[in-house]
Write a protein that binds this ligand. Structure first.
Ligand code: NAD
Length: 421
């Protein structure tokens, strides 16, 4: 099977799931294509007075179960296929968690590290100007993704409010608390994965103290390292885009987070506290119990999956394991907790933010944690049960679980709603 196309690879999961359910083929056909994808060119004024343009996209993949929901990525390699694939995954992720949303995604092809803060703000505002009629609190609700953050969401929410002439905080999630953001959103993705591992630890046969390797040390990676270390687990390796660090005795997670907060790579801690240098691509094969890919897509593939020593992979990143990587891991008996379940804590707390914005009443951090834990455990248990009943991987089980819900909603709308006869 080819690994050329990210979207084709993603659609393989749909076919695998469909084989376990009796579903109208029209439903599968509908889910194979994005409903709408818009490409624009954003022109902004640079600080030196020149003008520069950037390609940007917004995809609303499927809105059968509710308004589309999905992050905005700023990345130099962003492309339309990646945007549509991420939106496809969001469609299934929201269905796995039973959130009342469809799936969407957006991106700007840009290296934000090359922009000043003022340029970044102009670009973020230009994105909302271009997509003002696409997004909306009941239509399409963006959120942060790779290289976007709460500050950017705040600028975008402000731009939208100026366009529509009133505050509309529910148009975007992941906002600063001061603009209607939710407590608990910052670490929600990692925390959801953490609750999931804790809940299924017995079934997965995990020991008391896990040795953990974390690939990617941004929002998801830093928080999972912190949460697991606080429980007494040993974070033995982490990496970022510049390389990795290793310590068999356990890395100093606080020191690593401090380095990132100061804008340095994790590599800058080599030589301190027993931290040794590790080649970034060696992280996947580090001797550990739990491997947590938290960077980008396609990081564990046909060529390196054979070297994985972990018993469990927690996919905090979206699409970090390719289908051929998956097959190799399955043959080795490695359990993969799939992205559409494992990293769904982020969109779940985004949903809580949207609910709080709409009701105008805000919950405490403890209430957010408790609600997140309840949903992660409920849906994690349901996916676990499907995987046992049907004797399939957790990934296939998550797709089966989501597809059942999507099919029910598509059929409830009536097929005339999306096919003209
Ligand atoms: P981020 O921008 O905060 O961090 C990304 C990290 O990956 C950075 O530390 C970067 O240096 C590192 N990285 C990039 N290339 C790498 C490479 N080749 N090897 C090792 N590290 C590399 O992004 P994030 O928000 O933490 O997102 C990470 C992943 O989690 C993405 O796949 C994203 O889609 C997914 N995700 C994030 C959220 C969220 O709420 N933040 C929710 C769901 C899924």
């Amino acid at each position: 099977m080819s690994e050329d196309s990210l979207l084709d690879d993603a659609l393989v999961r749909l076919d695998e799931a469909a084989a376990h359910l009796s579903i109208d083929p029209d439903v599968i056909e509908k889910l194979k294509f994005a409903r709408e994808t818009t490409k624009v060119r954003l022109m902004i004024r640079m600080d030196d007075g020149s003008r520069k343009s950037f390609i940007a996209w917004r995809c609303r993949y499927d809105d059968t179960r509710g308004p589309t929901k999905g992050g905005i990525r700023f990345h130099p390699d962003a492309n339309v296929e990646e945007v549509e694939t991420l939106a496809f995954w969001m469609t299934f992720k929201c269905a796995v968690m039973n959130l009342p949303y469809g799936g969407g995604k957006g991106a700007v092809q840009v290296d934000p590290r090359q922009l000043s803060k003022a340029e970044l703000e102009r670009l973020s505002r230009a994105y909302i100007q271009a997509f003002a009629r696409t997004v909306g609190p009941d239509r399409d609700i963006p959120a942060p993704d790779v290289y976007t953050n709460s500050m950017i969401m705040g600028w975008m929410a402000d731009e939208y409010a100026q366009i529509v002439g009133q505050a509309e905080p529910a148009v975007i999630t992941g906002k600063p608390i001061a603009l209607g953001g939710s407590l608990g959103r910052g670490d929600a993705t990692a925390r959801g994965g953490y609750y999931l591992v804790r809940h299924l630890a017995g079934e997965l046969g995990l020991g008391e103290t896990l040795r953990v390797a974390v690939q990617g040390f941004g929002n998801a990676g830093q928080h999972i390292a912190r949460l697991l270390a606080a429980d007494g687990h040993k974070v033995v390796a982490v990496s970022d885009s510049e390389g990795g660090v290793y310590s068999a005795a356990g890395l100093h997670v606080d020191m690593l987070i401090e380095a990132k907060t100061q804008g340095r790579s994790v590599v800058s801690t080599v030589g301190q506290g027993g931290h040794e240098a590790l080649a970034g691509d060696a992280l996947v094969g580090v001797d550990c119990d739990l491997l947590v890919p938290s960077a980008l897509e396609n990081m564990i593939h046909g060529k390196n999956a054979g070297g994985v020593k972990a018993k469990l992979v927690l996919e905090l990143a979206n699409g970090p394991v390719t289908p051929s990587g998956d097959r190799i891991l399955a043959d080795k008996g490695v359990v993969v907790l799939p992205d559409i379940l494992a990293n769904a804590g982020g969109v779940t707390v985004s949903y809580f933010e949207w609910v709080q914005n709409k009701q105008g009443y805000y919950w405490t951090e403890q209430e957010i944690h408790d609600r997140l834990q309840a949903i992660m455990e409920r849906e994690g248990r349901a996916v676990w049960n499907v995987s046992k009943e049907k004797d399939v991987s957790m990934r296939t089980a998550a797709y089966v679980h989501a597809l059942g819900r999507l099919a029910e909603a598509i059929e409830a709308h009536g097929t005339q709603s999306f096919f003209t006869s």
